[in-house]
Design a protein around this ligand. Structure first.
Ligand code: HEC
Length: 407
């Protein structure tokens, strides 16, 4: 179906192209790249090279044609034919076809209007109220391994605080793969500063319940979470933040000093954002064990016992996760698609912000299906040979979560 659609689209665009002008970089391609790629592909940005100028794009044109056609870039994991989000970023079939046409017609530059400014500078429209930085720069190991570390940052907040926007600022854009921000009110994590997830101590504090296990999930290029007006998240007095950071393999001696920015609510708070979790213990077919050489599917059907207005969704699995789909069935049998990820990638986890808060009445059934692959066919399998895997925070363990922010 989608192939037929894209052939039709290309056919149509082709017909238009012969009547109209030729496809050029300046006229047709640059706007697509500027809008969808340069937020990460700048010098020193999250992407491995810059795509700001004609030469940058010209010399990688074939590669760009490939990664856009396969939809590897820009990274966006939620299937847009299933559900749409406020923070989505993906190319339309037409935009992908335009890039292909530009390549096929010989990479013409067209009239140079590079004088006109078009780099969209992402500047803070408002300063953060509280910037919480890691205690000191963390030196990454230079032996080329994936590294997972915990950091503790006291908030210093003396009173309960309402937060309307949360942002994560990666210190080292090149090597920071993803980060998860948690909130602890027990004080038990003080002093954890670069603790490896393989340190036995990390096992200990994972057994203690946290105030908020997912304040924010960040991947390169992720936008801050901004709650609608009058809606805020509560960070209790004396809370500590815990960062769980995944560093990509590095061969050089580099450091990271990341920070979390909190923006306090300036409007009267009408609703508090709460978290609702679908987790491993909800599965209808326990136990949550992913046996070596198996590809199990787990199912959840969970009824909500109060009305919910959902503002965002955060799916979470580790390297054995392959697919996740979630739907809601309202008491009057309306089926609402929530999110579908057809090719889960641990490295590209996002908070998906709904376009409008979604009202789900009490009695709505949430259905979640997650598929895992613990065979050698899964190139991301961290264990070779595969071993039995169950719940745990470590990247070599597994999780099955869908976290709803709601009010
Ligand atoms: C959210 C940030 C982000 C955006 C937006 C983004 N990229 Fe990337 N891109 C990356 C990162 C990070 C990598 C390196 C990691 C990887 O290859 O998975 C990458 C890698 C690439 C690669 C190399 C792939 C490889 O296999 O080595 C190409 C080509 C590329 N991007 C092109 C694009 C184009 C074209 C766009 C826009 C249509 C785009 N990117 C948008 C972050 C981004």
């Amino acid at each position: 179906m989608s192939t037929i659609k894209s052939i039709l689209t290309i056919g149509l665009m082709g017909a238009v192209a012969t009547v109209g002008a030729q496809t050029t970089y300046e006229k047709d391609v640059a706007p697509i790249i500027q809008k969808n790629c340069v937020s990460c592909h700048t010098p020193g940005g999250y992407g491995p090279f810059s795509l700001q100028t004609f030469n940058d794009v010209y010399k990688r044109a074939k590669f760009i044609g490939h990664v856009t056609q396969t939809r590897y870039m820009p990274p966006w994991k939620a299937d847009p034919t299933f559900s749409r989000f406020a923070n989505e970023r993906f190319l339309s079939d037409d935009e992908i076809a335009t890039i292909q046409r530009w390549i096929d017609e010989g990479l013409l530059r067209g009239e140079d209007n590079s004088e006109s400014p078009r780099i969209i500078e992402i500047t803070d429209e408002e300063p953060a109220d509280l910037v919480l930085e890691m205690a000191k720069p963390f030196e990454l190991s230079n032996n080329g391994i994936e590294d997972y570390r915990f950091f503790h940052i006291p908030t210093g907040l003396k009173k309960d605080t309402y937060v309307s926007k949360i942002e994560f600022i990666a210190g080292n854009k090149r090597y920071l793969h993803h980060s998860r921000v948690m909130v602890d009110t027990s004080g038990q994590t003080a002093g954890i500063d670069g603790l490896s997830e393989f340190d036995p101590l990390s096992r200990f504090f994972q057994t203690q319940p946290l105030m908020d296990e997912f304040l924010y999930g960040w991947v390169p290029g992720n936008l801050p979470v901004t709650f609608p007006k009058g809606i805020a998240k509560l960070i209790p007095a004396n809370s500590d933040l815990i960062l769980n950071i995944h560093y990509a393999p590095s061969a050089e001696r580099v450091t990271d000093l990341s920070a979390v920015k909190l923006y306090f609510s300036k409007n009267p708070v009408e609703h508090l954002v709460k978290s609702f979790y679908i987790e491993e213990e909800d599965i209808a077919n326990p136990p949550f064990i992913i046996k070596a050489y198996e590809k199990p599917t787990f199912y959840v059907s969970k009824t909500i016992t109060q009305d919910m207005n959902v503002v965002s969704l955060l799916p979470h699995m580790h390297f054995l996760g392959k697919k996740m789909v979630a739907l809601a069935i309202t008491p009057d049998n309306k089926e609402i698609p929530l999110i579908r990820i057809n090719d889960w990638d641990f490295n590209w986890q996002s908070t998906y912000l709904l376009q409008e808060p979604l009202f789900l009445p009490k009695g709505t059934v949430l259905l979640l299906v997650a598929e895992y692959d613990n065979t050698i066919e899964n190139p991301l399998n961290p264990s070779d040979p595969p071993r039995d895997v169950t719940y745990g925070w470590n990247s070599t363990d597994e999780m099955m979560n869908l976290i709803f922010y709601y009010y």
